[in-house]
Design a binder for this molecule. Sequence first.
Ligand SMILES: N=CN[C@@H](CCC(=O)O)C(=O)O
Ligand SMILES: [Zn+2]
Length: 411
Amino acid sequence: MKILIKNIKELLQVRESNINKVSGAEMAVLPKIENAFLLIENNLIADFGTMRNCPDGNFDKTIDATGKAVLPTWVDSHTHIVYAGNRVQEFVDRINGLSYEEIANRGGGILNSAKKLNATSEDEIYNQSKLRLEEVMQQGTGAVEIKSGYGLTVEGELKMLRVIKRLSENYPIKIKSTFLGAHAFPMEYKENHSAYINLIINEMLPKIAKESLADYIDAFLETGYFSIEETERIMEAGKQFGLRAKIHVNQFTAIDGIKACVKHDALSVDHLEIVTDDDIIALKDSKTMPVALPSCSYFISIPYTPARRMISAGLPLALASDFNPGTTPSGNMNFVVATACIKMKMTPEEAINAATINGAYAMGISETHGSITKGKSASIIITKPLTSYYQLPYAFGTNLIEQVIIEGKLI
Ligand SMILES: N=CN[C@@H](CCC(=O)O)C(=O)O
Ligand SMILES: [Zn+2]
């Protein structure tokens, strides 16, 4: 299948193949070609350039993108798309004054979702989750990481990971799977943390590895959840099974967890609503990508990740949705990009870099996704007519996407 897109007003995020992330001041640069063409062949980006060099010949499909921008699809490196039911009652409880912590302490929160998930069949969870996956694909997400973490039992965690595997087999979108057994301590282990961690390490992990159900391992490193030492045990165990860490950390408190994650060569550290100078020093010159989740800050009214401080210090930053039933019931990456600009004061260039090439790094797929590069996956967004790409975050509530192509397939 050969698809030619011609007369593109702005072809964005055009990169050489050796760029796998951008950091600090580099984030302000979004390379583009005006009046461009893009050729897709065998589901890959075969060629691109200015219209002067546009190929002619026979194509299966030709798309005229006059007045429109073309950019790589969003890479959403942090989601919990697979879950059962929802938590609308907690949403209303928060409006009425309860905090996320108070709700969790009453057995709500993650444990509430775990209860629902364990009471729901695998087929039903698949059917609920696929609707969310289809929705984010329409919204321009072309690659997504999905976590387990609402099972918290051997069977529940396996069930979630099998649903993720089924989604990746049935949809063209690139999916990476993360095992998050260490999301919360089930009630019966509240006073016996090491027994639950032993269950994760000695029972869950070997079974998950045997079925090749996970690419990464995660834990919720936070006051009241998993301590540094407990998370280190999880990261070490993951390593034994070839699973690199992507860790939830610094959402509510900074307890020096980032340093431990960097020491264990985590691929990413995610949330980072509270960041100290020592955290920034720990991340500097490391291979660990910091990931901000602004829709979560928006939904539960907590601070936004201090993007300006981090970028000024020379760090890279990725943006992801955190789509989950408790803190972020939205996977819309267009909203994430707009909120990063509006609330975190990231420029449109920085936000688009953070949601494409840096997101791909945080998912371990920057060799194939995250930029317009010859040989990379043909996963692109074609916008509606625009004055410039600045309009994407500016018109934050408007759907400016006209067509999404994922792995060469029109969605
Ligand atoms: N913080 C930990 N995990 C999720 C939320 C879990 C939930 O409330 O269901 C997050 O990333 O925000
Ligand atoms: Zn999360």
